[in-house]
Ligand binder design. Structure first.
Ligand SMILES: CC(C)(COP(=O)(O)OP(=O)(O)OC[C@H]1O[C@@H](n2cnc3c(N)ncnc32)[C@H](O)[C@@H]1OP(=O)(O)O)[C@@H](O)C(=O)NCCC(=O)NCCS
Length: 435
């Protein structure tokens, strides 16, 4: 009887025993609980999936109460200190850290898929001059599906891997192209001599110099930020990737859906909002008044709070450390003063303490991005580049899990019972009732 749950249905006085596996009961076991043969069976109601596991996953572990994040068992702090982003991407996708030879091969493969087809470039040139770079990225990732129609053969592992490499390689190229379009500069082709972050910086900022040389401290900071954002288990965009991928749409289309989910201000769009909020606050002295306003229900403290972390987000700690390295090169971003004061006040304030609202990954990332030279419009794009790795690893895990099928939640219907049809000539009166 250990590891089981016994439920008594007080409607029928019947008792049921269902197994508990890994701390969960199977929702389908509850369907056996019925009031009679006509009854559909018991469902669970869980808007926003607050307490529902939709998959088994061996990729990322989070303990939100203790502020722990691990990829494939390795603490995020260790990976951020010792690895490159592409090394971590390999770990996330294949489950193990690469040997030196494996990493060399992997980096070489990614480097040789960075070019965009000229038609993709032309397609992107067609966007309005002031198009938001994240919207351009979402649409352009979807458009890659037209360039690689073979991607729809999602059951062939070799074909899947080819698309995974293409997507990881082309995300920085699309992101840089979106930026250059936005500021009106010509597109820069990838440079295969450069590392993944350096090549991205080259495509963003190269002007007339024959060879772009990235500042190594800034390139490393960007690589660390990429590591921190690579995966975060079943968040909103990953859920979108899995849900759309479960219909067997190709990975470009599924990833466009995931990127669209990321663009929202409650998800990846939050770091852009943090900068706007810091601008609105204006100076350190105005922080208490702003916090008071938030507590009175006028808006939220952007970059604070998390569905899973009810403790300091471990990524925010690493970002704060990385910010110090960046500011040694770029000079201190004046917004840091405001952010530190906001954090200090919020962490002491009962409203935030009681609700366990701590700074999340987005709170400091925007300040670093701005110091490195990015406009706020680019922040979510910078999140999407590394998160592509997590989306693709989760997509592949979903496709190879024999228990997964097309994702299709249930609902509790609250509308009308069957109604008699109302002929057109009688409908005005009905509309009046509604008004
Ligand atoms: C991340 C987020 C969407 C999580 O939401 P959630 O798990 O659904 O949490 P809830 O919205 O239920 O919040 C719980 C309580 O804390 C409050 N709260 C949550 N985040 C808050 C914030 N950033 N500022 C002020 N109050 C906040 C809510 O108003 C709610 O208060 P109540 O119990 O009095 O109604 C939410 O914290 C948020 O909007 N944060 C700001 C956006 C952000 O930084 N997003 C990036 C996430 S990485």
């Amino acid at each position: 009887m250990a590891d089981t749950l016994t439920i008594t249905d007080n409607r029928t006085q019947k008792t049921y025993t269902v197994p508990i596996e890994k701390g969960a009961v199977r929702a389908m076991d509850l369907r056996l609980i019925k009031t009679g043969p006509e009854d559909f069976g018991l469902m669970t109601y869980d808007p926003a999936f607050m307490n529902t596991a939709a998959c088994h996953s061996s990729i990322t572990f989070i303990d939100g109460d203790r502020g722990i994040l691990r990829y494939r068992g390795y603490p995020i702090e260790v990976l951020a200190e010792h690895c490159t982003f592409l090394e971590v991407a390999y770990l996330i996708l294949f489950g193990e850290l690469p040997s030196q030879a494996e990493l060399k091969g992997w980096v070489n493969e990614i480097t040789h898929h960075t070019m965009l087809h000229e038609t993709t470039k032309k397609f992107m040139e067609g966007f309005r001059y002031n198009a938001h770079p994240m919207t351009m990225l979402v649409s352009s990732v979807a458009a890659l599906s037209t360039v690689y129609p073979e991607a729809k053969d999602i059951h062939d592992p070799a074909n899947r891997l080819l698309q995974i490499k293409r997507l990881i390689a082309k995300m920085p190229s699309i992101a840089a192209m979106a930026y250059r379009h936005n500021v009106g500069f010509p597109y820069v082709y990838p440079d295969n001599d450069l590392s993944y972050p350096e090549n991205f910086m080259n495509m963003l900022w190269k002007m007339v110099e024959p060879k772009y040389v990235a500042n190594p401290v800034l390139a490393r900071a960007l690589d660390i930020l990429f590591i921190l954002h690579a995966d975060h288990e079943q968040n909103c965009s990953t859920n979108a990737m899995r849900a759309v991928g479960s219909s067997q749409a190709d990975p470009y289309l599924a990833m466009a859906a995931a990127a669209a989910a990321l663009s929202g201000p409650l998800h990846g769009g939050a770091n852009e909002e943090v900068l706007r909020m810091l601008d609105e606050i204006g100076s350190k002295e105005n922080v208490p008044a702003y916090v008071k306003k938030v507590k009175e229900g006028h808006g939220k403290l952007m970059g604070f709070g998390h569905r899973i972390y009810k403790n300091y987000d471990p990524r925010a700690k690493i970002i704060k450390w990385s910010a110090d390295q960046v500011f040694e090169v770029t000079g201190r971003n004046p917004k840091l003063e405001i952010a530190l004061e906001l954090e200090r006040i919020a962490l002491e304030d009962d409203y935030f303490v009681k609700r366990k609202l701590y700074p999340n990954v987005d709170f400091y990332s925007g300040i670093i991005y701005q110091a490195v030279g990015f406009k706020p419009e680019m922040f979510t794009v910078l999140f999407a580049i590394p998160r592509a790795v997590g989306w693709l690893a989760q997509w592949q895990e979903m496709l190879t899990d024999p228990e997964q099928k097309i994702a299709r939640p249930r609902q509790i219907y609250t509308g009308h019972e069957v109604r008699e049809f109302v002929p057109m000539e009688k409908r005005a009166a009905v509309a009046e009732v509604r008004r």
